[in-house]
Design a protein around this ligand. Structure first.
Ligand code: FES
Length: 151
């Protein structure tokens, strides 16, 4: 599979002093408290072994993201993500997964870069393409699912 969970492992093993230092660094770089929280706390990071919808994408920067969706009665019953990449990508992936849980696929389709940016509140301008990677990965998942259902 695509992801070595290097980021997750290193953050979860971090001492509180290390976590504070990461928070300070990200704050100085222009990340909001919400975006930092989404980077540090990753309750939905991982895979869904029996996912109905899976999508993986690699951005032009080389960072890679996967989104896994399990449907339940027409809505997203569970969703997880994996990222091998930067703090912006990790924050954006969690925002996308949080947004789609419990919602139908039409709502998921309506999510765009602005929707995710609003959730994260602030990330550095040079990291806005990380949001695009998360949205593109989601939309690729929805496109693949649509094609499979209409085949
Ligand atoms: Fe590549 Fe953030 S730098 S997704």
């Amino acid at each position: 599979m695509i992801v070595k969970e290097r980021d997750m492992t290193s953050i979860q093993a971090a001492t509180s002093a290390e976590t504070n230092s990461i928070e300070e660094m990200l704050t100085a770089s222009g990340y909001s408290k919400t975006a930092i929280n989404y980077y540090i706390n990753k309750p939905h990071m991982g895979q869904i072994s029996d996912a109905d919808i899976i999508s993986e994408m690699t951005g032009t920067c080389g960072d890679t993201m996967g989104i896994y969706i399990k449907m339940d009665n027409g809505v997203v019953g569970d969703a997880k993500y994996q990222v091998m990449g930067c703090a912006g990508a990790i924050s954006a992936a969690r925002a996308v997964v949080d947004l789609i849980k419990g919602k139908d696929l039409d709502f998921a389709r309506s999510i765009d870069d602005g929707t995710v940016y609003k959730v994260l509140q602030e990330i550095p301008v040079k990291k806005h393409h990380c949001i695009q990677l998360a949205v593109k990965t989601l939309h690729k998942a929805l496109d693949t699912h649509h094609l499979q259902r209409s085949a």
